[in-house]
Design a protein around this ligand. Structure first.
Ligand code: TTP
Ligand code: MG
Ligand code: MG
Length: 365
């Protein structure tokens, strides 16, 4: 099936949160600063809103320089912890749109304000459906968090990431597989995600300026300059090829099972037997590999095809079915007390996996 990947990036994230918190800031130039504390405005600009950008203010420039560009701008100190709590809620919304996979890797957060969401299965590879989902995502984030975002849609992470910055703020940019060359080839090589100044400089020395030049360059020549892995990567990336999967941020492996209920329901009596079966399957997968777990995640997909997950971290790694099932039941009860929409599919997943020591789980004593 044709892969479909979204990349979502929040618009002027830190400054947008500040605007939301103080409606009086609307329409003004807002600059969020990482202040060094030595003297007033002695740090660098973290980000600024689009009003401030019209004055030429940019991330990374000295705050004093920004003040010169616009003396009337409002300067605020970064509140990273607060932004992180907002980010966590946004990421939960995004995660709920991702394809459901047993090992939980259809979602990847790559910074405080951006993430990849794989929707290949959800859309059946249809880019028009992907566009509709992107609009739904924008609407939901706006409604729940009063923030805007921009979305790139592509056949892989590389293209989705590059597409999301094309139209900002509140843009959606679709690059379907038949448009890869039109999209990539006119761009300078420095625009290719993963190429930094050093590589761009070397490529320029070789006469490679545009991504098209790179795509048409002899791969052996790239390999002799950049080494095998990097050389081949450059050649493929220039053609828009990227097979890298999405990885959950903690990078740790997970093991899970998902199944569909015989009917959509909120009735624990109907849900329990399936939950038990999934827990058994997960335990037998762990047994066959001699692993214990510390994190238990339950995911539910409701009759609107939305996915929600909740996790618990245990005090110690264990491999007991009773603990897995008990924890999964607790989480399920929480879902049932919150949800008004009937459930359609369930999943049980374990993470923070470790090789078992030569003893039984703590609870077997
Ligand atoms: P970005 O997504 O790069 O920028 P942005 O969200 O502010 O604006 P845009 O609409 O162009 O996406 O970065 C996300 C946040 O990370 C940003 O709000 C502040 C922080 N940040 C820094 O602290 N320093 C930096 O140099 C950059 C680029 C970002
Ligand atoms: Mg952003
Ligand atoms: Mg970003």
């Amino acid at each position: 099936m044709q892969r479909v990947v979204l990349h979502v990036d929040m618009d002027y994230f830190f400054a947008a949160i500040e605007e939301r918190e103080s409606p009086g800031l609307r329409g003004k130039a807002v600059v969020v600063c990482m202040l060094s504390g030595r003297s007033e405005l002695s740090g660098a600009v973290s980000t600024c809103n689009y009003v401030a950008r019209e004055f030429g203010i940019r991330s990374g420039m000295p705050c004093s320089g920004a003040k010169k560009l616009n003396p009337d701008a409002v300067f605020l100190p970064v509140r990273k912890e607060f932004y992180t709590t907002v980010s966590d809620r946004v990421m939960e919304i995004l995660r709920s749109y991702a394809d459901v996979k047993e090992d939980g890797n259809a979602f990847e957060q790559i910074s405080i304000d951006e993430a990849f969401v794989e929707i290949t299965e959800k859309t059946g590879g249809d880019f028009n459906l992907a566009f509709d989902l992107a609009m739904q995502i924008q609407n939901e984030i706006k409604e729940k968090e009063m923030l805007t975002c921009s979305v790139g849609i592509g056949p892989n992470k590389l293209i989705a990431k590059m597409a999301s910055s094309i139209k900002k703020p509140e843009g959606i940019t679709v690059v379907s597989p038949d448009k890869l060359e039109d999209f990539l080839w006119p761009l300078k090589v420095s625009k290719l995600w993963g190429i930094g100044d050093v590589t761009a400089g070397k490529l320029q020395e070789m006469g490679i300026i545009k991504i098209k030049d790179l795509a048409e360059h002899e791969v052996l020549d790239l390999v002799s300059t950049f080494g095998k892995t990097r050389g081949i990567w450059l050649k493929q990336a220039a053609a828009g090829i990227d097979d890298s999967p999405l990885k959950e941020r903690d990078g740790s492996e997970q093991i899970g099972r998902i199944a569909t209920l015989s009917e959509d329901t909120l009735d624990l009596e109907l849900i329990s037997p399936l939950l038990e079966r999934l827990a058994e399957d997960v335990i037998s997968k762990l047994d066959s590999r001699g692993l214990s777990f510390r994190v238990v995640t339950v995911m539910v997909i409701n009759s609107n095809f939305r996915m929600y997950t909740k996790s618990r971290t245990l005090n110690h790694p264990v491999y007991s079915k009773e603990i897995l099932l008990g924890t999964a039941r607790e989480i399920m009860n929480e879902f049932l007390s919150e949800s008004r929409v009937e459930l359609r599919r369930l999943g049980v997943r374990v993470g923070d996996l470790q090789k078992r020591k030569g003893q039984k789980s703590l609870f077997d004593y």
